[in-house]
Design a protein around this ligand. Structure first.
Ligand SMILES: [Zn+2]
Length: 244
């Protein structure tokens, strides 16, 4: 999928019906005063980002959102058989595919942590079916990465097989705010975030695991998907996850 960047800020348009140009000649006067595409989502502007930061500094808010974690499996092992530059380029490809898939479905690329990314859907661009948007973004990530995976499998044989992207998704109420003492970080926290992270850890390379709540909100996409109970680290009871 070639990413089509939005000409106008989707956040300003959705919330205030104000057309803020992000690209092309009309965006020039705006760029001069510092209004440009956000780094967390190039389809929203830096005003949206600032409003978001100001709101979050004032207080912690609870929002209904979908959290997606994706990470790259098996790439450290590859460094034994593949040149370092190639491994670095794989990581770049991973970030690019993840970012483009997240933005194509209006998610916010909230964090990159080592070889993983965390995305938030339904903020600041709202979608009533945000859980479904996250599932579609995850499928797009896997689709984009499949070719690279196949190339490596061909090159490395069985060793390339445990290389791939694992994705976990959960949806519900999350707390958004600035957390941490030494390094204050703008992010989402809560059980929903923890379960999404654990589901990602349980996913195999090339796999997407989602919770019952996600499945309930994307019934068409996930209706025939198999359920399995997983014991997730830090949770007493098994959690039912679906392969998406
Ligand atoms: Zn905006």
């Amino acid at each position: 999928m070639a990413l089509q960047y939005s000409a106008l800020c989707k956040g300003c348009w959705q919330q205030m019906h104000v057309p803020i140009p992000l690209r092309g000649g009309f965006s020039m006067p705006f760029r001069v005063v510092g209004i440009r595409p956000s780094r967390m989502n190039p389809n929203i502007c830096t005003i949206c980002e600032m409003m978001f930061e100001r709101l979050m500094k004032a207080r912690t808010v609870t929002i209904d959102a979908t959290i997606l974690f994706a990470d790259l499996r098996g790439y450290t092992r590859l460094s034994q058989s593949v040149p370092a530059a190639e491994v670095a380029s794989l990581l770049d490809t991973f970030y690019d595919h993840c970012a483009e898939a997240i933005w194509a479905f209006d998610g916010l690329l909230n964090k990159t942590l080592g070889d993983a990314v965390m995305a938030v859907f339904n903020f600041p661009i709202k979608h009533p079916d945000h859980a479904r948007q996250a599932v579609l973004a995850a499928r797009e990530m896997q689709r984009c990465f499949a070719e690279r995976r196949a190339q490596l499998a061909q090159l490395l044989g069985p060793e390339g097989a445990d290389f791939g992207v694992g994705v976990g998704i959960h949806t519900g109420a999350v707390s958004f705010g600035e957390f941490g003492h030494s390094h204050r970080d703008l992010t989402a926290i809560g059980t929903v975030v923890n379960i999404a992270a654990r589901a990602q850890a349980a996913a195999g390379p090339g796999e997407i695991l989602v919770t019952q709540e996600v499945r309930d909100q994307a019934p068409v996409e996930l209706q025939d998907r198999a359920a399995r109970d997983y014991t997730l680290k830090g949770f007493d009871r098994p959690v039912t996850l679906y392969t998406a």
